[in-house]
Design a protein. Sequence first.
Length: 183
Amino acid sequence: MSGASRIYEKRLGDLDGLYRDSEAFAAEVSQRGADELVYVVHEQKYDSSPGALIIGTSTLLPGAVSTEFAMTRGHLHAVADRAELYHCLSGHGVMLLDTVDGDSLAVELTPGKAVNVPGHWVHRSVNVGEEPFVTLFCYSADAGQDYSLIERAGGMRTLIVKDGEGWSQIPNPDHRGYETAAN
Ligand SMILES: [Fe+2]
């Protein structure tokens, strides 16, 4: 289908506050430069109606800040009940998932694996490998994104950290709970 296409990029300097260790982050910025690319999203939208789909690819480069692996900012859809499919094309990553009321999941993704993220789940990609982590995504064109919910909560409930040659998940001590529509 033809339609508007969009590309957006996030560079290291755009991600202040994303990682817990602010000193390690500042050191990474001074070493790698604020302009170093962290992730790029290509997406295509033919229409903004509720039944239309946005499809695209997300490419998250490998790296870490202190023990935390490279990650996207993450979001809840502005229309919160909108679901999203992520299908791993290459690399090795984790889709980190939280509900606002207490459930959390870390879904490991390798090429050919997919995760069907239901509505009402906060989601973020994490690259736990040494190559770019590339996913194909697909979601409703009217979903939108709320990026500030995670920031107001002190981060997601779980951190994905280096563990020897692999990765593990640990509770985020800064997480103070998500705001809900009721509060
Ligand atoms: Fe999304």
